[in-house]
Design a protein around this ligand. Structure first.
Ligand code: PAF
Length: 287
Protein backbone atom coordinates (compact mmCIF):
# COMPACT_ATOMS: atom_id res chain seq x y z
CA UNK A 1 0.00 0.00 0.00
CA UNK A 2 1.30 3.44 -0.94
CA UNK A 3 1.37 6.13 1.73
CA UNK A 4 0.98 9.57 0.15
CA UNK A 5 1.71 12.69 2.15
CA UNK A 6 1.61 15.50 -0.36
CA UNK A 7 -0.80 16.78 -2.97
CA UNK A 8 1.77 16.25 -5.71
CA UNK A 9 2.27 12.62 -4.62
CA UNK A 10 -1.49 12.12 -4.68
CA UNK A 11 -1.85 13.70 -8.11
CA UNK A 12 0.95 11.53 -9.51
CA UNK A 13 -0.65 8.41 -7.95
CA UNK A 14 -4.02 9.37 -9.46
CA UNK A 15 -2.56 9.89 -12.92
CA UNK A 16 -1.12 6.38 -12.79
CA UNK A 17 -4.29 4.72 -11.39
CA UNK A 18 -6.15 2.56 -13.90
CA UNK A 19 -9.84 1.64 -13.91
CA UNK A 20 -12.50 2.73 -11.46
CA UNK A 21 -11.25 4.63 -8.41
CA UNK A 22 -13.00 4.68 -5.04
CA UNK A 23 -12.24 7.20 -2.32
CA UNK A 24 -12.95 6.63 1.37
CA UNK A 25 -12.59 9.97 3.18
CA UNK A 26 -11.87 9.50 6.90
CA UNK A 27 -10.33 11.20 9.90
CA UNK A 28 -8.41 8.03 10.80
CA UNK A 29 -8.41 5.95 13.99
CA UNK A 30 -10.09 3.17 12.07
CA UNK A 31 -12.78 0.94 13.49
CA UNK A 32 -15.00 -1.69 11.92
CA UNK A 33 -17.23 1.04 10.44
CA UNK A 34 -14.28 2.42 8.44
CA UNK A 35 -13.25 -1.09 7.41
CA UNK A 36 -16.76 -1.66 6.14
CA UNK A 37 -16.49 1.53 4.03
CA UNK A 38 -13.16 0.26 2.68
CA UNK A 39 -14.55 -3.19 1.83
CA UNK A 40 -17.52 -1.60 0.07
CA UNK A 41 -15.10 0.60 -1.87
CA UNK A 42 -13.02 -2.48 -2.72
CA UNK A 43 -16.09 -4.18 -4.21
CA UNK A 44 -17.19 -1.05 -6.09
CA UNK A 45 -13.90 -0.15 -7.77
CA UNK A 46 -10.57 -1.35 -9.13
CA UNK A 47 -8.45 0.96 -7.02
CA UNK A 48 -9.13 2.15 -3.46
CA UNK A 49 -7.75 5.33 -1.95
CA UNK A 50 -8.37 6.17 1.71
CA UNK A 51 -7.72 9.65 3.05
CA UNK A 52 -6.96 10.04 6.73
CA UNK A 53 -6.96 13.66 7.81
CA UNK A 54 -8.21 15.16 11.07
CA UNK A 55 -9.59 18.21 9.33
CA UNK A 56 -9.01 21.20 11.61
CA UNK A 57 -11.54 23.47 9.90
CA UNK A 58 -14.48 21.26 10.83
CA UNK A 59 -13.74 21.63 14.56
CA UNK A 60 -14.90 24.68 16.52
CA UNK A 61 -12.44 26.55 18.77
CA UNK A 62 -13.65 24.76 21.93
CA UNK A 63 -14.06 21.32 20.36
CA UNK A 64 -12.01 18.13 20.65
CA UNK A 65 -9.49 18.62 17.80
CA UNK A 66 -6.49 18.17 20.11
CA UNK A 67 -7.83 15.06 21.81
CA UNK A 68 -9.29 13.46 18.67
CA UNK A 69 -7.75 9.94 18.70
CA UNK A 70 -4.94 9.27 16.23
CA UNK A 71 -2.78 6.19 15.50
CA UNK A 72 -1.22 6.19 12.05
CA UNK A 73 0.76 2.96 12.43
CA UNK A 74 -2.31 0.97 13.43
CA UNK A 75 -4.41 2.62 10.68
CA UNK A 76 -1.79 1.80 8.12
CA UNK A 77 -1.84 -1.90 9.02
CA UNK A 78 -5.66 -2.04 9.08
CA UNK A 79 -6.01 -0.29 5.72
CA UNK A 80 -3.41 -2.52 4.14
CA UNK A 81 -5.21 -5.64 5.47
CA UNK A 82 -8.49 -4.29 4.05
CA UNK A 83 -6.91 -4.27 0.57
CA UNK A 84 -6.53 -0.49 0.28
CA UNK A 85 -4.15 0.59 -2.48
CA UNK A 86 -3.14 3.99 -1.16
CA UNK A 87 -3.49 5.99 2.04
CA UNK A 88 -3.40 9.80 1.78
CA UNK A 89 -2.25 11.40 5.05
CA UNK A 90 -1.62 15.08 4.40
CA UNK A 91 -0.70 17.67 7.03
CA UNK A 92 -2.98 20.64 7.70
CA UNK A 93 -0.32 22.85 6.11
CA UNK A 94 -0.40 20.72 2.95
CA UNK A 95 -4.20 20.98 2.71
CA UNK A 96 -4.72 24.62 3.65
CA UNK A 97 -1.36 26.42 3.44
CA UNK A 98 -1.07 29.57 5.51
CA UNK A 99 -4.54 30.89 4.75
CA UNK A 100 -7.65 29.60 3.05
CA UNK A 101 -10.54 31.69 1.74
CA UNK A 102 -12.61 29.34 -0.40
CA UNK A 103 -15.31 27.25 1.23
CA UNK A 104 -18.26 25.03 0.39
CA UNK A 105 -21.21 25.45 2.72
CA UNK A 106 -24.96 24.99 2.99
CA UNK A 107 -26.48 28.23 4.30
CA UNK A 108 -29.75 26.60 5.33
CA UNK A 109 -29.32 22.86 5.81
CA UNK A 110 -25.82 23.23 7.25
CA UNK A 111 -27.25 25.26 10.13
CA UNK A 112 -29.89 22.72 11.16
CA UNK A 113 -29.42 19.75 13.54
CA UNK A 114 -25.67 19.56 14.33
CA UNK A 115 -25.15 22.92 12.62
CA UNK A 116 -27.06 24.66 15.43
CA UNK A 117 -24.31 23.96 17.95
CA UNK A 118 -21.42 23.51 15.48
CA UNK A 119 -21.79 26.59 13.26
CA UNK A 120 -18.77 26.06 10.97
CA UNK A 121 -18.64 22.29 11.11
CA UNK A 122 -20.30 21.42 7.79
CA UNK A 123 -18.48 24.21 6.01
CA UNK A 124 -15.27 22.42 7.04
CA UNK A 125 -16.62 19.04 5.93
CA UNK A 126 -17.89 20.32 2.57
CA UNK A 127 -14.66 22.15 1.83
CA UNK A 128 -12.36 19.24 2.62
CA UNK A 129 -14.50 16.71 0.74
CA UNK A 130 -14.68 19.01 -2.30
CA UNK A 131 -10.89 19.35 -2.18
CA UNK A 132 -10.46 15.57 -1.90
CA UNK A 133 -12.81 15.05 -4.85
CA UNK A 134 -10.79 17.53 -6.90
CA UNK A 135 -7.52 15.89 -5.91
CA UNK A 136 -8.51 12.26 -6.31
CA UNK A 137 -11.19 12.42 -9.03
CA UNK A 138 -12.89 9.32 -7.62
CA UNK A 139 -15.67 7.58 -9.51
CA UNK A 140 -17.16 6.44 -6.20
CA UNK A 141 -16.90 7.70 -2.61
CA UNK A 142 -18.18 5.86 0.46
CA UNK A 143 -19.60 7.48 3.60
CA UNK A 144 -21.25 6.04 6.71
CA UNK A 145 -24.93 6.57 7.39
CA UNK A 146 -24.16 7.21 11.06
CA UNK A 147 -23.24 10.78 10.12
CA UNK A 148 -26.63 11.21 8.51
CA UNK A 149 -26.68 14.97 8.05
CA UNK A 150 -23.16 14.89 6.62
CA UNK A 151 -23.97 12.33 3.96
CA UNK A 152 -27.22 14.06 2.98
CA UNK A 153 -25.39 17.38 2.58
CA UNK A 154 -22.60 15.76 0.57
CA UNK A 155 -25.13 14.11 -1.74
CA UNK A 156 -26.56 17.56 -2.32
CA UNK A 157 -23.11 19.01 -2.96
CA UNK A 158 -22.44 16.35 -5.60
CA UNK A 159 -25.80 17.04 -7.24
CA UNK A 160 -25.70 20.81 -7.09
CA UNK A 161 -22.00 21.38 -7.85
CA UNK A 162 -22.02 18.64 -10.52
CA UNK A 163 -19.26 16.46 -9.14
CA UNK A 164 -19.02 13.32 -11.24
CA UNK A 165 -18.88 11.04 -8.18
CA UNK A 166 -21.27 8.34 -7.05
CA UNK A 167 -21.84 8.49 -3.29
CA UNK A 168 -22.37 5.11 -1.66
CA UNK A 169 -23.91 5.22 1.81
CA UNK A 170 -22.92 2.32 4.08
CA UNK A 171 -25.01 1.13 7.03
CA UNK A 172 -24.07 2.08 10.57
CA UNK A 173 -21.88 -0.56 12.18
CA UNK A 174 -22.75 -1.26 15.83
CA UNK A 175 -21.32 -2.99 18.86
CA UNK A 176 -23.33 -6.10 19.85
CA UNK A 177 -25.23 -3.98 22.41
CA UNK A 178 -26.23 -1.43 19.76
CA UNK A 179 -23.73 1.39 20.34
CA UNK A 180 -22.87 2.93 16.96
CA UNK A 181 -19.15 2.67 16.23
CA UNK A 182 -17.33 5.98 16.31
CA UNK A 183 -13.68 6.93 16.78
CA UNK A 184 -14.92 9.07 19.66
CA UNK A 185 -16.08 5.95 21.56
CA UNK A 186 -12.40 5.54 22.48
CA UNK A 187 -12.82 8.66 24.66
CA UNK A 188 -15.62 7.09 26.76
CA UNK A 189 -14.94 5.57 30.19
CA UNK A 190 -16.69 2.27 31.01
CA UNK A 191 -19.34 4.19 32.97
CA UNK A 192 -19.82 6.72 30.13
CA UNK A 193 -20.25 3.93 27.64
CA UNK A 194 -23.25 2.57 29.57
CA UNK A 195 -24.84 6.03 29.54
CA UNK A 196 -24.13 6.38 25.81
CA UNK A 197 -26.35 3.34 25.15
CA UNK A 198 -29.35 5.54 25.96
CA UNK A 199 -29.17 6.93 22.41
CA UNK A 200 -29.57 3.50 20.87
CA UNK A 201 -32.31 2.60 23.38
CA UNK A 202 -34.24 5.68 22.21
CA UNK A 203 -33.82 4.84 18.53
CA UNK A 204 -34.71 1.21 19.14
CA UNK A 205 -37.93 2.33 20.82
CA UNK A 206 -38.65 4.55 17.81
CA UNK A 207 -38.12 1.59 15.52
CA UNK A 208 -40.57 -0.54 17.54
CA UNK A 209 -43.14 2.26 17.55
CA UNK A 210 -42.91 2.79 13.78
CA UNK A 211 -43.08 -0.93 13.06
CA UNK A 212 -46.13 -1.00 15.34
CA UNK A 213 -47.80 1.54 13.04
CA UNK A 214 -47.04 4.83 14.84
CA UNK A 215 -46.36 7.69 12.39
CA UNK A 216 -46.76 10.78 14.60
CA UNK A 217 -43.40 12.38 15.31
CA UNK A 218 -44.50 13.84 18.64
CA UNK A 219 -45.58 10.43 19.96
CA UNK A 220 -42.34 8.82 18.77
CA UNK A 221 -40.18 11.54 20.30
CA UNK A 222 -42.09 11.21 23.54
CA UNK A 223 -41.39 7.53 23.72
CA UNK A 224 -37.72 8.13 22.90
CA UNK A 225 -37.43 10.81 25.58
CA UNK A 226 -38.75 8.39 28.21
CA UNK A 227 -36.17 5.78 27.23
CA UNK A 228 -33.28 8.24 27.02
CA UNK A 229 -34.18 9.71 30.43
CA UNK A 230 -33.15 6.36 31.91
CA UNK A 231 -29.54 7.35 31.10
CA UNK A 232 -29.08 10.40 33.35
CA UNK A 233 -25.47 10.81 32.21
CA UNK A 234 -26.64 11.38 28.64
CA UNK A 235 -27.26 15.04 27.81
CA UNK A 236 -29.45 15.01 24.72
CA UNK A 237 -28.57 17.93 22.47
CA UNK A 238 -31.33 17.20 19.98
CA UNK A 239 -33.70 14.41 19.04
CA UNK A 240 -35.53 15.34 15.86
CA UNK A 241 -37.74 13.71 13.28
CA UNK A 242 -36.90 15.35 9.96
CA UNK A 243 -37.30 14.98 6.22
CA UNK A 244 -34.12 13.67 4.58
CA UNK A 245 -34.72 16.09 1.71
CA UNK A 246 -34.91 19.33 3.71
CA UNK A 247 -33.70 18.31 7.20
CA UNK A 248 -36.77 20.19 8.50
CA UNK A 249 -38.94 18.69 11.23
CA UNK A 250 -41.94 16.70 10.02
CA UNK A 251 -45.10 15.97 12.00
CA UNK A 252 -45.72 12.62 10.34
CA UNK A 253 -43.07 10.06 9.40
CA UNK A 254 -42.98 8.83 5.81
CA UNK A 255 -40.55 6.68 3.81
CA UNK A 256 -37.95 9.46 3.55
CA UNK A 257 -37.55 10.55 7.18
CA UNK A 258 -34.62 10.54 9.55
CA UNK A 259 -34.75 10.46 13.33
CA UNK A 260 -31.48 12.07 14.34
CA UNK A 261 -30.05 12.19 17.86
CA UNK A 262 -26.99 14.00 19.19
CA UNK A 263 -25.97 13.75 22.81
CA UNK A 264 -23.11 14.31 25.15
CA UNK A 265 -21.73 11.90 27.70
CA UNK A 266 -19.19 13.77 29.77
CA UNK A 267 -17.28 15.78 27.21
CA UNK A 268 -17.78 13.32 24.36
CA UNK A 269 -20.35 14.14 21.71
CA UNK A 270 -22.10 11.21 20.03
CA UNK A 271 -24.47 10.90 17.07
CA UNK A 272 -26.84 8.26 15.86
CA UNK A 273 -29.90 8.07 13.63
CA UNK A 274 -32.57 5.94 12.04
CA UNK A 275 -33.75 6.21 8.43
CA UNK A 276 -37.13 5.21 7.12
CA UNK A 277 -37.10 3.70 3.63
CA UNK A 278 -39.39 1.88 1.24
CA UNK A 279 -42.84 2.78 0.01
CA UNK A 280 -45.39 4.85 1.93
CA UNK A 281 -47.60 1.95 3.00
CA UNK A 282 -44.63 -0.30 3.73
CA UNK A 283 -41.98 1.55 5.68
CA UNK A 284 -38.65 -0.17 6.30
CA UNK A 285 -36.24 0.95 9.00
CA UNK A 286 -32.49 1.30 8.68
CA UNK A 287 -30.91 1.59 12.12
O1 PAF B 1 -16.86 11.67 8.59
C1 PAF B 1 -15.67 12.06 8.70
O2 PAF B 1 -14.80 11.35 9.22
C2 PAF B 1 -15.30 13.45 8.23
O3 PAF B 1 -16.30 14.38 8.51
C3 PAF B 1 -14.88 13.51 6.75
C4 PAF B 1 -16.05 13.15 5.82
C5 PAF B 1 -13.74 12.55 6.50
C6 PAF B 1 -14.43 14.91 6.38
O4 PAF B 1 -13.34 15.31 7.17
Amino acid sequence: MDVLRTISELRAWRRAARGKVALVPTMGYFHEGHLCLMRTARRAADVVLVSSFVNPIQFGPTEDLARYPRDLERDRALASDAGVDALFVPSAEEMYGQSHETFVYWPTMGNLLCGRTRPDHFRGVGTVVAKLFNLAFPHVATFGRKDGQQVLLLERMVRELNFDVEIVVCPTVREPDGLALSSRNALLSAADRIQALGIYAGLDAARAAILGGERRSAAIRNEMAQLMAKSPGLGVEYCEVVSRESLRAVDIIDHCSMIAVAGRVGTTRLLDNLWTMGADGDIRIEL
